[in-house]
Design a binder for this molecule. Structure first.
Ligand code: G4P
Length: 574
């Protein structure tokens, strides 16, 4: 008690008053300080309990696929179940059609759509679900990689006819680097496609996943009768055009029950029995722990357009998917239930209105409670900022929020303070890891086409790079700037946006480069020798990190052989 008293209310002048009076005052103070401590503790307790509850109901995930596999359709059906939208067709495809390479209006239109659909939140079975949209166009793959840092799990959509495609391979690789839990949805079962077992083989071989089917198709295309869901132990019978009814989901614990024939016919029943026996023998049983560790992926079959298999996917998802997970910083692991707020920016979106340079920074909340109009520390700038109108996204609607919790994504209006990867905290020096830049695939020299607008060009380029549109490298020998992108489309986007938003013009010149590798070396003398010998190929990235710009795979191989002490990284976050 004394300690509490000392800490909270040291008794003033008590040697001037009578013992009796002192006792009364002391009791009063003791009582008061006890109450204060209790109140603070109670408050903290209530806050912590509230925080824990909010965390426990959140599921933040992304849907990834190769373009056209059905990501948009599946997202829309999930939103329909969540009551976030009322009619099909409300979610616009966030796809840039191939013909759009030179269609800037299309690019602009898409930018508008992707702000609206960047995050779609809805409630389902008392859970708050945040779906993070990932651009389908492969030229924006880097954007998708970054979005994947902000999710806790993913659903991968595969087209039953096409199997595992290239873009899926790349995206799943990024998820596997972080052990992100993955659920697979094989879509378009209303069409003829690959055999179920062949598909599972592809998932294992091309994606490196260990899989366990939680539902199994009964025929496909014209013969598609439905799926047997062994997670719920029920038979879901298929009616085309989304005409399933509740009655067509039949509890079925024992497939040997002769009733099966009455529902799907003799041949299909025999086939289903044989195949499910094989599944039991070949594939591991579902184990939630293994799924949460990214070591086992449940697989579902369905048809998004027909709204078939989607509810079962969602029902299972809300039950097994992880609540907001801890995040790693350079300093330590941050757990969501810590009472202090922290979060990081994973995406920046320029506003549509070119007259206002405002942008929206998308922040993933990692711990504690984010509160409106509260000062938070912007770690990179070492500046306190508060936000008067942080935005939450419920389906396509935006609204100002007073508080947000781990797993939530909020939009912060920004006039140029943020860069991708920036951290906000209540004061602790933290730097969230895992928002890498990957080596671009395409490179071009960028030059100023209007000498009177060089400042505008410099500013425009810096801001577009902060947004993550592309990467900028500065050659150390010549000072020339090189833009690196994942696809050709970004070069057009950059030129167009520089002109429209910054009044600057640029031209490109081809440069023959194979890869950009971030370099590291513990031996300063060796590093110096390498930098001198290869000075023509050395550049710095936007953060001043040293990069080796390899002209070809052969040059890279030679550099690696000649300088074994130098480590060549293919991503910036090592
Ligand atoms: P994406 O976001 O992954 O790129 O794919 P999206 O949902 O846009 O779907 C790509 C095409 O596949 C669309 O047809 C969509 O209607 C169709 N699709 C999605 N799910 C299914 C399914 O379960 N079965 C069948 N048969 N088709 C499906 P589209 O002709 O390109 O566009 P639209 O005119 O239908 O919008």
């Amino acid at each position: 008690m004394d300690l509490v008293l000392d800490a909270f209310h040291p008794l003033p002048y008590n040697h001037f008053i009578s013992n009796q009076a002192a006792k009364i005052i002391q009791n009063w103070y003791l009582c008061d300080s006890f109450l204060t401590t209790k109140l603070v503790k109670d408050n903290l307790f209530v806050n912590m309990a509230n925080l824990k509850k909010e965390i426990s109901i959140r599921r933040t995930f992304g849907i990834i696929s190769h373009p056209d596999a059905g990501k948009t359709t599946l997202t829309e059906k999930l939103l329909l179940f969540g009551g976030a939208i009322q009619i099909a067709g409300a979610v616009k495809s966030n796809k840039i059609k191939k013909s759009a390479t030179s269609d800037f209006m299309e690019i602009e239109r898409q930018r508008g759509i992707s702000v609206a659909t960047s995050v779609m939140a809805f409630e389902y079975r008392d859970k708050k679900i945040n779906i993070l949209d990932t651009p389908g166009h492969q030229d924006f793959a880097e954007d998708t990689y970054r979005t994947l840092t902000a999710v806790d799990s993913v659903i991968v959509v595969i087209d039953v006819a096409k199997g595992v495609e290239t873009q899926t391979e790349k995206l799943v690789k990024v998820c596997r680097m972080r052990n992100t839990p993955i659920i697979v949805f094989i879509n378009k079962l209303d069409r003829e496609g690959l055999d179920g077992f062949d598909l599972l083989d592809e998932l294992e071989q091309k994606l490196g996943l260990t899989v366990t089917p939680l539902s199994w198709p009964i025929g496909m295309g014209q013969r598609f009768k439905g799926v047997y869901n062994n997670y719920e132990q029920q038979l879901n019978l298929f009616r085309a055009h989304g005409k399933q009814t509740e009655e067509e989901t039949i509890a079925f614990t024992d497939l040997d029950n002769p009733e099966l024939e009455n529902h799907i016919g003799e041949a299909a029943a025999a086939e289903l029995r044989e195949e499910t026996t094989m599944i039991r023998e070949v594939y591991p049983e579902f184990d939630r722990e293994a799924y949460l560790n990214g070591e086992l992926s449940p697989v579902f079959f369905g048809s998004a357009i027909n709204n078939f298999g989607v509810k079962e996917l969602l029902d299972c998802f809300v039950e097994i998917a992880p609540t907001p997970l801890p995040r790693i910083t350079e300093e330590r692991q941050v757990n969501p239930d810590e009472d202090k707020f922290s979060g990081f920016v994973f995406k920046i979106h320029a506003n549509m209105d070119p007259k206002h340079r405002d942008r929206i920074a998308f922040l993933r909340i990692c711990s504690g409670t984010f509160e409106r109009n509260t000062n938070y520390l912007h770690i990179r700038n070492n500046k306190k900022i508060k936000f008067s109108n942080p935005t939450a996204f419920m389906a396509a609607k935006k609204s100002v929020v007073d508080e947000a919790f781990p797993g939530d994504i909020i939009g912060l209006y920004d006039s140029g303070n943020f860069k991708i990867g920036d951290t906000l905290t209540e004061g602790e020096q933290l730097h969230f890891k895992g928002i890498p830049s990957f080596s671009p695939e395409q490179f071009r020299y960028v030059d100023n086409a209007d000498p009177l607008k060089s400042k505008q060009l410099a500013k425009g380029l810096t801001q577009l790079m902060d947004e993550g549109v592309a990467q900028l490298f500065i050659k150390q020998e010549t000072g020339r700037k090189i833009i690196g992108t994942v696809g050709a489309l970004q070069f057009d986007v950059i030129q167009y946006r520089l002109k429209n938003e910054y009044g600057a013009s640029c031209t490109y010149e081809p440069v023959n480069l194979h890869k950009a590798c971030w370099i590291e070396c513990d031996d300063p003398a060796k590093l110096k020798e390498f930098l001198t010998r290869r000075r023509r190929d050395i550049a710095k990235d936007k953060d001043g990190k040293l990069v080796f710009m390899a002209e070809s795979s052969w040059t890279l191989k030679m550099a690696q052989e000649n300088f074994p002490e130098v480590v060549f990284h293919f991503q910036s976050d090592f």
